[in-house]
Design a binder for this molecule. Structure first.
Ligand SMILES: Nc1nc2c(ncn2[C@@H]2O[C@H](COP(=O)(O)OP(=O)(O)OP(=O)(O)O)[C@@H](O)[C@H]2O)c(=O)[nH]1
Ligand SMILES: [Mg+2]
Length: 308
C-alpha cells in the first residue's frame, strides 16, 4: 500500500486511537503512510499516537473539516483514505476500499455503514438515513451513506475542494464536489462498531448538516433551485389558466386579468424549467469532456513514462 496515505482526524480519542493505529498497521499500511491530525486534544491522544511512531500534526483552525484540509497538505501519495479515530471503522475495510478504487478507477469510494441496532441509537440511524435521502434528492445521486467517516479518494481530487463547510459537513462537501464534477463515486458496504470514548454528536449537528447541504446545492447544483422555482410558477399558472378557460368556454365569462396572470406564470415557469434542463444538460457535457480530458492526460503521462 505504498500509494496510500491514511489520514485520521482526532480530538480527545485517548481511549480509541491506540487500538485504531494498531489495527491500521496490522492490515499492512506502512507506518510512514499514516498521519494523525490532532484538533488540540488534552487527554493524551497525541502521546499515544506518537508512541506508535506515526506522523502526528496539529490542525490549522478548528473542526474536522479543517483537520482534513491540513492533513491533505502532508499527503504525497496518489490515494488518501480518511477514517475516524474513534474505533468505529474496522481497519480491514482499508484493503477492500483500496482495491476498489485502484481496480475500477473511481475518484471516491465510500464505506457505506451497515448499522446494527445495538450499535447506534434509532435517532442516529434515522438522522443518517434522512440526511442521505436529502442529499440524493438535491444532487440526483443514489448513494446509501453520505456521512460515513471512512472513504478513499484520489488525492488530487480532494485537493480541488475548498473546505468551506464547517465541522461535520466536510463529508457532504466532498461527496457534493465529486458528484457534480466527475460523478465517479462508488460505495462498498462496511461494518460499523460502537465508538470507544464519549459520543460527541447531537441532533443539533444533524440540523446543521442539513442546512449545509442546501448551501452546497446552491453552489454545486443551482439547477435544482431553478427547477423548484419553475414548478412553483408553472403549476399555479396552469391551474389558473384551466380555470379561466373553463369559465370562458363553458360558463361564458371572460376573466382578463386572471387570464393574463395565468399566461405570465405559465410562461415564466416554463422558461425556468427549460433553463434547469439546459443547465443539467450543459453539466453532463462538461462532465463527459472532463472525463475525456482525464483519459487523454493519463495516456500522455503513460507515454512519457514509457519514453523516459
Ligand atoms: N482534528 C480534529 N478531529 C476531530 C474534531 N472533531 C472531531 N474529530 C474527530 O473526527 C472523528 C469523527 O468525530 P466523531 O465525534 O466520532 O463524530 P461521529 O462519528 O459523527 O459521532 P459519534 O462517534 O457518534 O460521536 C473522530 O475521530 C474525532 O475525534 C476536530 O475538531 N478536530
Ligand atoms: Mg464517531
Amino acid at each position: 500500500m505504498r500509494n496510500l496515505t491514511v489520514l485520521i482526524p482526532v480530538l480527545n480519542e485517548a481511549k480509541a486511537i491506540g487500538k485504531v493505529l494498531d489495527e491500521v498497521l496490522n492490515v499492512g499500511v506502512p507506518r510512514e503512510n499514516i498521519i494523525v491530525v490532532d484538533g488540540g486534544s488534552s487527554d493524551g491522544t497525541v502521546e499515544i499516537a506518537r508512541s506508535r511512531n506515526v506522523e502526528v500534526i496539529p490542525q490549522e483552525g478548528k473542526g474536522k473539516a479543517l483537520a482534513i484540509k491540513t492533513g491533505l497538505k502532508h499527503v504525497s501519495t496518489p490515494y488518501v483514505l480518511v477514517m475516524d479515530g474513534d474505533y468505529t471503522y474496522p481497519a480491514k475495510h482499508i484493503i477492500d476500499l483500496y482495491k476498489k478504487i485502484m481496480n475500477e478507477g473511481h475518484d471516491l469510494v465510500i464505506g457505506s455503514r451497515r448499522f446494527h441496532s445495538p450499535v447506534q441509537t434509532r435517532i442516529y440511524r434515522i438522522g443518517n438515513l434522512f440526511l442521505t435521502k436529502l442529499f440524493n434528492l438535491l444532487f440526483g445521486t443514489g448513494l446509501t451513506d453520505i456521512l460515513s467517516g471512512m472513504y478513499i479518494a484520489k488525492t488530487e481530487k480532494l485537493r480541488e475542494i475548498m473546505f468551506e463547510m464547517p465541522h461535520f459537513s466536510v463529508e457532504s462537501e466532498i461527496v457534493a464536489h465529486v458528484a457534480s464534477t466527475t460523478g465517479r463515486i462508488a460505495e462498498i458496504p462496511i461494518n460499523y462498531r460502537r465508538r470507544l470514548g464519549e459520543k460527541k454528536l447531537s441532533v443539533k449537528h444533524g440540523i446543521g448538516i442539513a442546512r449545509d447541504m442546501i448551501r452546497l446545492t446552491w453552489r454545486y447544483n443551482p439547477a435544482f433551485f431553478i427547477f423548484i422555482l419553475g414548478s412553483l410558477l408553472l403549476i399555479p399558472g396552469l391551474l389558473l389558466g384551466g380555470w379561466v378557460a373553463y369559465h370562458y368556454f363553458f360558463v361564458g365569462i371572460k376573466y382578463y386579468v386572471k387570464g393574463l396572470v395565468a399566461i405570465i406564470l405559465t410562461a415564466a415557469g416554463f422558461t425556468s424549467l427549460l433553463l434547469a434542463v439546459m443547465a443539467l444538460y450543459t453539466k453532463r457535457i462538461e462532465m463527459r469532456m472532463q472525463k475525456r480530458m482525464d483519459e487523454i492526460e493519463q495516456l500522455i503521462e503513460e507515454y512519457l513514462n514509457r519514453k523516459s
